[in-house]
Design a binder for this molecule. Sequence first.
Ligand SMILES: Nc1ncnc2c1ncn2[C@@H]1O[C@H](COP(=O)(O)OP(=O)(O)OP(=O)(O)O)[C@@H](O)[C@H]1O
Length: 273
Amino acid sequence: MNLDRPETRKRLAGETRPVIEAQSVSLTFQTADGPVHALKDVNLTINEGDFVSFIGPSGCGKTTFLRSIAALETATGGQLSVNGMSPDQARLSRAYGYVFQAPGLYPWRTISGNISLPLEIMGFDKADRRARIERVLELVDLDGFGGKYPWQLSGGMQQRASIARALAFDADILLMDEPFGALDEIVRDKLNEALLDLWRKTGKTIGFVTHSIPEAVYLSTKIVVMSPRPGRITNIIESPLPPERPLEIRDTPEFIALAHEVREGLREGHGDG
Ligand SMILES: Nc1ncnc2c1ncn2[C@@H]1O[C@H](COP(=O)(O)OP(=O)(O)OP(=O)(O)O)[C@@H](O)[C@H]1O
């Protein structure tokens, strides 16, 4: 573990500041079939440098919560703040990068061209764009692939490119909505390792939606278990695992016990536990 990294030191000393704060957040969608309570009374603090996973059955509001943080949805009740600002203000201050479930790369642009696009829209000059593209391609282990087109890359590589695109303007917060859900297990393992490495290197605060218990346990400092109808948090589990996590950690008693705790939490939330 790199104790020299300020975020690691601060997190271990409990000195980190809150980055995302939700107080009694609710979100009700009005639909033709009546109101859908996607989120009800959600209370959560995400601190600087936390890796927080959201896990729960389909429809429990994981995506809605992540989208609310990113100002892609608006909470209908309660308070939600990002870096002390409203989600809208935080979006304007480019507080976060967002990674969607599908890579969503433009096929007519090269990988570098895809990463460059948001930077162009934000007005970064050419030399700065080039330096940033090079840096993020290296971070996601795609150096040398900038000139390729998306269709020349595997699914896992495309998803890494979409992570690079979200990292390029160097926001402190990374929001990821089930980014590895469509990938096979071996590729997923590799990307989990790479993401953890990137998190340790950069000290970013990460919000991550997943359906996979091992993925949540492997990656997170905090696991948020959610339950549907209405969408709510039923359990927040702090991980006792160290930040340095080789894949083999999944065979240790600590990991297995934590996975068991998450599974029990999911079962209780489902009402059949
Ligand atoms: N734009 C919308 N209009 C109406 N209802 C919506 C809308 N978006 C989401 N919902 C509903 O809100 C609830 C929560 O949806 P959400 O997508 O956040 O769940 P989720 O936990 O991310 O599910 P999944 O794991 O299947 O992605 C669901 O009942 C869903 O049908």
